[in-house]
Design a protein around this ligand. Structure first.
Ligand code: NAI
Length: 399
């Protein structure tokens, strides 16, 4: 029975799904340190982690039979991806499962800020009845400037238009404009016309300090600012100045330059005293629906890899989508991307009169992956010959 170890309180859906597929599943609530992890991985085929368990080179070397790691989250920094690939361990994550949750928070932020809900709440809490329309606006007809038109930015575009907003976006890559959204020719063009500016750029290093004094300075008088992307992208000191000067009318911040390690830790921000602010502790993607979707999505990737050899959406192996194996056996062969490996695989099979029914090859950087459906299950000698081929990293027989 194949064995799976799921750490860090992964949604129970994942354990159930793997059990339904015949895995012996052990679950643990917390993360594990390096030594504990190595010990716990004894005999384990599939590992599930969230963001806190580090799958290091040492862990990989200590447990070379581990087949795949599922990161039940968006980020994969906790795994040494390159080394895992070179040792034949597939890594998967859930890049889209919390997209909708982030988008809904941003819509909430926009409406709250344009109606000055944080300010009204503050006044009532302090015993002040301030019934006034001053500074309150409908979102209908306002311009939303989306910076970073990827998974989140583009879905936000659709929902914002459904609310009657005009959408303009800016992205460094060529992107298909959805609905009536319009691409801005430059970042400044977007900033100068947007009533709400929202950041959805990715976490590449060059985005550090991407949105600072100069960019805030180009924003429209009275506009609002939202950052639900990464904390290091925006300069909060500059934001504070533009709020205090009255240039901006409000802001929502979900992601922070330095975030506490765990829930319950203290947290201090210089923005705490500002008037019209929605401050949240990096919960853009944290909904029960997103957790369930992540559990479902990553468990399915692991199952597809285990039972079909499919590396579709793997973050470190050549991507290959293959259907269920209808043949006597499927040979999944991961190798160094050298000339002649495919021919060598086929020669081993041909020399033994094993017919190839279907074959797919994918390469990515230094890795090659070939999946071959064959008419009969190769015997031990044939398998050893395949395993011994020059460049072989890992070989699995499925079926
Ligand atoms: P994505 O990779 O699909 O989209 C990012 C887009 O930003 C790409 O189209 C890229 O070309 C563009 N981009 C990168 N740098 C840019 C720049 N300097 N100027 C303009 N465009 C730029 O990413 P996705 O899934 O849409 O996520 C967006 C951000 O949201 C990421 O930083 C991610 O870490 C964050 N996020 C935050 C969550 C939260 O809880 N607040 C939850 C999930 C994601």
């Amino acid at each position: 029975m194949p064995k799976a170890l799921l750490l860090e309180n992964i949604h129970p859906f994942a354990a159930q799904s793997l059990r339904d597929h015949g895995f012996d599943v052990v679950t643990m609530k917390g993360a594990l340190g390096e030594d504990e992890l190595i010990e716990a991985l004894d005999g384990v085929d599939l590992l599930g982690v969230r963001s806190k368990t580090m799958v290091t080179r040492r862990v990989i070397d200590a447990r070379p039979t581990l087949s795949a790691v599922g990161c039940f989250c968006i980020g994969t920094n906790q795994v040494d991806l390159e080394y895992a690939g070179r040792r034949g361990i597939a890594v998967f994550n859930a890049p889209y499962s919390n997209t909708r949750s982030v988008v809904e928070l941003v819509i909430c932020d926009i409406i709250c800020l344009m109606r000055r809900i944080p300010a009204h709440t503050h006044h009532l809490k302090h015993g002040l009845w301030d019934k006034s329309a001053s500074g309150s606006h409908e979102v209908r007809g306002k311009t939303l400037g989306i910076i970073g038109y990827g998974n989140i930015g583009s879905q936000l575009s659709v929902l914002a238009e459904a609310l009657g907003m005009r959408v303009v976006f800016y992205d460094i890559e060529e992107k298909l404009a959805l609905g009536n959204a319009r691409r801005a020719a430059s970042l400044n063009e977007l900033l100068e016309q947007s009533d709400a500016v929202t950041l959805h750029v990715d976490g590449r290093k060059s985005n550090t300090g991407f949105f600072g004094e100069e960019q805030f300075g180009h924003m429209k008088q009275g506009a609002i600012f939202i950052n639900c992307s990464r904390g290091f992208v925006a300069d909060l000191g500059a934001l504070k100045q533009h709020l205090e000067s009255g240039h901006l009318s409000g802001a929502a911040v979900d992601v922070w330059p330095v975030e506490p390690k765990k829930s319950g830790d203290p947290f201090v921000t210089s923005l705490a005293d500002e008037d019209n602010m929605v401050l949240t502790p990096h919960i853009g993607g944290s909904t029960l629906e997103a957790q369930e979707a992540i559990g479902h999505f990553v468990a399915q990737r692991l199952e597809d890899y285990w039972f079909r050899g499919s590396t579709s959406l793997s973050v470190n192996l050549p991507q290959m989508t293959v259907g269920a194996c209808g043949a006597a056996a499927r040979i999944a062969h991961l190798h160094e991307n050298l000339p002649g490996v495919l021919a060598d695989v086929n020669n081993v099979l041909g020399d033994r009169n094993i017919n190839i029914l279907a074959q797919s090859l994918g390469t990515q950087g230094e890795l090659g992956y070939v999946v071959t459906d064959v008419s009969e299950k190769p015997d031990a000698e044939a398998l050893e010959a395949l395993r011994s081929l020059k460049g072989t990293i890992r070989m699995r027989v499925i079926g």
